[in-house]
Design a protein around this ligand. Sequence first.
Ligand code: GLN
Length: 481
Amino acid sequence: MHNKSVAELSRALEQGTVSSVELTRQFLDRIRCEDGKYNSFITVTEDQALADARAADEQRANGNATPWTGVPFAHKDIFCTRGVRTTCGSKMLENFVPPYDATVTANFRKAGAVCLGKTNMDEFAMGSSNESSYFGPVTNPWGAKRVPGGSSGGSAAAVAARLVPAATATDTGGSIRQPAALCGVTGLKPTYGRVSRYGMIAFASSLDQGGTMARTAEDNALMLNVMAGFDPKDSTCVDRGVPDYTATLDEPLKGLKIGLPKEYFSEQLSPAMEQQVRDAVKEYEKLGATVKEVSLPHANLAIAAYYVIAPAEASANLSRFDGVRYGYRCEDPKDLMDLYTRTRAEGFGNEVERRILVGTYALSAGYFDAYYLKAQKVRRLIQQDFINAFREVDVLMSPTSPSPAFVQGEKSTDPVTMYLEDVFTIAVNLAGVPAMSVPAGFIDGLPVGLQIIGDYFSEARLLNAAHQFQQVTDWHQREPN
Ligand code: GLN
C-alpha cells in the first residue's frame, strides 16, 4: 500500500479494501523502520494519528467521507498544529506547542485526513539543502550523502521514500519546486494569495506561499482542493472561487502554447540538464503543444532583488522571537538587553542570523533607497516580464534547478553558491505567479525536474499539463532503492 497514490488510497478506503487504521499503521511502521536513514521527520504523532484514523473510519462508515477521509499525509513543520509542537526547524521553537491550527492544518483536519507528523526543513525555511535545520540534515533517498533540496526537504524526501503519499510544503523562492525536483516528486507552488498563510510561520510575507507535494499531479490537485480558498484571517488571501482541480486533469493539450524563456537556456545551463528539459518539451509537442522562445529580460536580476527583499521581510518577521513572548529564552538574563541578545544569538542558527543582518541593513534609514526601494522596483520589472510573456504563451517551461542533488557539505560553507540553486525559481515568487516541478528524467541516477510556470490563478492548467505528461512518462513512478 505504501506505493499507492492518494487517489488510489482514497479509492481503497472507499471500497473498504483497507481501513484508515490499517493504512496509518503501515505508514507509521515505515517511518519507524526507514526514517533513520533520511531524518525527514522532526516529530511523528503516532497516537494522535491512530486516534484520527479511528475517527476517519467511523466517518466513512457513517457515509460522510471526503476523498481525504482516512488518508495519511504529513505537514511541513512550518504549519501550526494545535497541541503538536511546531519548530520551523529552529532551536528557537524547539518546544513551541501552538494553541491553534493554521488554516491549512484546519482544512486537512476538516477533510478527515490523517496527519502522521511534521517534516524536517531548513531553519525558518531559509535554505536550499535542508542543512540549516536545527534537527539535522535530511538525506535524499536517491543518494546517500546527497541533499534533498530545501527548504521543504523533509516533505520531499518523505514522499520520495514512500513514508507518506503526500506532504504540505511552502515556497518563498523555490522551496517546494527545488526539493521536489531533487527528490523526483511533483510539487506545486500556487499563485500568491491562493492558499491562506494564517498559522504558517512567516519568513518573507510577500513571497511565502503554502503548496503541495506528492508523487503525481493528480494528488497535487487533490491536495490543492483542500488547501486553496479565501480566508478572512489572511489579508493577502484572495477571495476567488476554487475550482475542482481534478476536474480538468484529462483535458487534451492540443494547442497549448509553451514558451521557453531564453534567459533560462543560457550557456550556464549544463548540456545534460538542457537535454532533459528539451526531451520533456518534445513529449508536449507530441501531445499537440506548440513551442516558441520568449524572453524574461530581467530574469538575471531576480536573485539579487530577492536577497534584499526576503531578508528585509525576514528581519521584521523574526523580531517577534525576543525571549519574552514564546519560544526559546536564554538562561539567567542579567537585564532586558541581555535577554534579547543572548536569546537571539543562542536561538537562531547561522543562516537565519545572516538574513537578519542583511535585512536590517537593507532597511536602515541610510540604505533603504539604495537597496530595498531599488529591489522593489526591480521586482515590478520582473513581474511585468511574466505579464508580457503570458500575452504570447500559456505556460513557460525550464529546468527547476541548475543541477541534480548535490553532496551534503558541498555548498553549505558558501552562501552565494547556495543562493544560486534558486536561479530558475525565484523570479516566480517575486511575480507571484504559480509554478510546478514535475519529474522529467535522471542525470547520473539522480532525478531532475521540469518547471512549468503559469499565469496568475492558472493552477488548473498547470496540473492538467503535468498530469498529461505523467500519462505518457513514468519518471514520477520511479522508486529510489
Ligand atoms: N532557497 C531560498 C532561500 O533560502 C528559498 C527558500 C524558500 O523558498 N523558503 O531563501
